[in-house]
Design a protein around this ligand. Structure first.
Ligand code: FAD
Length: 493
């Protein structure tokens, strides 16, 4: 039996472990933290529970297929429900929009609240679907770095339809042409932030993202987002995968250009395959520091995605006007993104996202209270004075929310903990604390992301948000799938 060792128990590392175990490998996952999940973990604070990172769950089929692959019934491990209202939006001018999952209801809501014709929304979503159909199997589901992807008929057909994916305009420009109402443009521009990009720079191809949310839907795992991690670890353990926690990997052992295993706690673990779920930048800089000539400098120098600042607040009150996902838009979106990307600081009026899992999972907060996950997009860590920026942001966010909700929220905050770009970097080894690996701020980004297999070191593979096809839970799960399709069966000798 062949052996695979995986560096990191992030969601992609766990999914890769499951796929390789099903393929006959003996799999060992070596994780630096005392818990699995990486960014997809949880926090307990004075009777409140918070999902620490991801809060929006899309494309659940990529999770359930892992149970099916292992011939298990997904419902025995993991359950989730579809949201009727994906997200509630609040604007400074008093407009409130419920983004209904149902397309007609959603288009009708936009027309009622903004005057933008429902037909424009339906047309826009149809275009979003077309981009998905052209790009999905080329850019997401397969390796972009193997000739055979490009020799397939469906890939060639997509290449002929390339202009239709709108790669040469920015998202904002395309959205401004699609809609007359500035609130609707802002609504659709926000999807750039789903992979940590800037709608004023990112190609309009990213207007595919609304299709994922509005066609495939948004979901809530009944036991919270962290249950995705927990249930997949349980599945992996049942397949014989061995997890070693509190075990930082220091080196990938390379002999004659072939990855032979890893080094942790002063010992070597020998394996036929090494898969790094660690951010690809740190994999080269820390685990392969002896081989600078093998570092793909151009790939590693790609611009990083944005990061996040999160206040986890235990709130002493229930707000019936809030939903599971809520957005409070800034009044000037362009200025906000200029601060994130050009000035590299925090705009005084940021767009605020609040996730309240206790709306669905009531035991996440004490009776009469709510667990607020309050997040804004911020630049990646370039050594800014974060303590000062965070103090200013806290004040501005509290004022904004109090203004829009019509109630002073500061006295309602019973407890607080914070995650910022520095702690994201130190807790999960993500270079600069970026949350989605590299940004998608230009039309070549998809091609410049690191491949799932090393072209210079045999037997070395990469999964997770910093490599192809990109960040976010669904794409991380696809990186695991691509790897499993590249490697031979583990029972081969
Ligand atoms: P990571 O989660 O980055 O984990 C990597 C693991 O490797 C960690 O456990 C780390 O400890 C371990 N490791 C690193 N170095 C070593 C070493 N030397 N030795 C051993 N172990 C090591 N995605 C969504 O789909 N929806 C969302 O709503 C969403 N919101 C987000 C909000 C926030 C605040 C953040 C931070 C992320 C969000 N994301 C969201 C993105 C999503 O969380 C990530 O894309 C995904 O979880 C990354 O998974 P990964 O497999 O790449 O590994």
């Amino acid at each position: 039996q062949q052996k695979a060792v995986i560096v990191g128990a992030g969601i992609a590392g766990i999914a890769t472990a499951i796929r390789l175990a099903v393929k006959g490998y003996a799999v060992q996952v070596v994780e630096a933290n005392s818990y699995p999940g990486g960014k997809l973990s949880e926090i307990e604070l004075q009777g409140y529970r918070f999902d620490a990172g991801p809060s929006l769950f899309t494309m659940p089929q990529y999770v359930t297929e892992l149970f099916q692959l292992a011939s298990k019934n997904p419902a025995d491990y993991f359950s989730y429900q579809k949201l009727d209202v994906v997200c509630k939006y609040f604007y400074e001018d008093g407009t409130q929009i419920n983004a209904y999952a149902d397309t007609k209801a959603f288009a009708g809501e936009i027309q009622n609240k903004t005057g933008e014709p429902a037909a424009s929304i339906i047309k826009y979503l149809a275009n979003s679907r077309d981009i998905y159909n052209i790009t999905n199997h080329v850019f997401l589901e397969r390796s972009l770095h193997r000739l055979q992807t490009f020799l397939r008929w469906d890939t060639l057909r997509s290449v002929f339809r390339f202009p239709q994916i709108d790669p040469f305009r920015t998202m904002h420009r395309a959205n401004s042409k699609s809609f007359a109402d500035a609130r609707v443009v802002q609504f659709f521009d926000r999807y750039a932030t789903y992979n940590g990009s800037n709608p004023y720079q990112a190609p309009a191809t990213l207007n595919v993202i609304p299709h994922l949310e509005h066609h495939f839907g948004a979901y809530f795992p009944e036991r919270g987002m962290y249950n995705i991690t927990q249930s997949l670890v349980k599945l992996a353990e049942g397949l014989g995968v061995q997890f070693n926690y509190n075990s930082k990997v220091d080196e990938v052992v390379v002999i004659n250009g072939i990855a032979k295993g890893i080094r942790t706690k002063g010992e070597n673990i020998i394996a036929n395959l090494v898969i790094s779920n660690m951010d690809v930048w740190f994999t080269y800089k820390k685990l392969l520091s002896k081989y600078p000539k093998l570092h793909p400098q151009k790939t590693l120098n790609q611009e990083r995605s944005s990061s996040a600042l999160i206040f986890y607040w235990g709130v002493n009150k229930v707000f019936p006007q809030l939903n599971l996902h809520n957005i409070f838009f800034s009044a000037d979106y362009k200025a906000e993104f200029e601060h994130i990307w050009q000035q590299q600081d925090i705009y005084h009026d940021p767009t605020v996202y609040i996730n309240i899992s206790s709306k669905y999972k009531t035991d996440d907060a004490p009776d009469g209270c709510e667990n607020w996950f309050v997040m804004i997009n911020v630049p990646a860590n370039n050594g800014q004075d974060w303590d000062q920026l965070i103090a200013g942001a806290r004040e501005n966010i509290q004022q904004k929310l109090s203004r829009i909700l019509g109630e002073d929220i500061a006295p309602l905050i019973a407890c607080e903990t914070i995650l910022d770009p520095r702690s994201i970097e130190s807790k999960t080894s993500s270079y600069k604390g970026s949350i989605y690996g590299t940004s998608s701020n230009n039309q070549f980004a998809a091609f410049l992301r690191h491949a799932n297999r090393s072209s210079k070191i045999n037997g070395l593979y990469f999964c997770g948000g910093s490599v192809h096809p990109g960040g976010g839970i669904p794409l991380c799960l696809l990186s695991a799938k691509i790897i499993s399709e590249m490697v031979p069966n583990g029972t081969q000798t």
